[in-house]
Design a protein. Sequence first.
Length: 241
Amino acid sequence: MLDLLASPEVLMSLLTLTFLEIVLGIDNVIFVALMASRLPEAQQGKARTLGLGLALIFRVIMLFGLVWIAHLEAPLFTVLDHEVSWRDLILIGGGLFLLGKGTLEIHHSVEGEEEHHEGRVAATFGMVVTQIVAIDIVFSLDSVITAVGMTDHLPVMIAAVTIAMAIMLWASSSVAEFIARHPTTKMLALSFLLLIGVALVADGIGFHIPRGYLYFAIAFSLFVEVLNILAKKARRAGKSD
């Protein structure tokens, strides 16, 4: 690996691929933070770490299975002149899951949180970790395919994915803390899940939505929400004077 990094071309591909992996993981960070927030505070960090750790293992396995990844794009059948592959089915399934999960979470937030009983904590923890790993596999399809297209060196791919996952783990903690401090941002984050779910389903049926549009919408919404939070703090400060 050190010999590879001695090459300026390989080093540049590592930096570029790491950056792309981080950008492609923005939606995953939001999902991880929201899913972990359903657990007791003492278990949230453990769920994020375990879920993303297992997800990293699956991503590395997918990188080793490059031939298998290539076969995922092979057409299985045709619907209305659109060739449907395993990749399409996975994207559609993941998108529908996000749409359903986002809708349920919005319902719980508006109608009232469910009571958490002592006997349900372990099962809930396992369910959250499973959901984090499952949806990361859906999100990782694009990132793994991007890694394969960016470089021919498997160690570079693995290094980029690992660095990006470590940054995602750190970011998920920061995002979770921000959501906990400002409950209104949870509804905004859930709306992002619905947006991403629609994009995944669209990709699966052959209508690609450039991710730049989604990231702009997310960034602009967050900017407006930050202004709302700052304005609220200013009003509180004015009343206390």
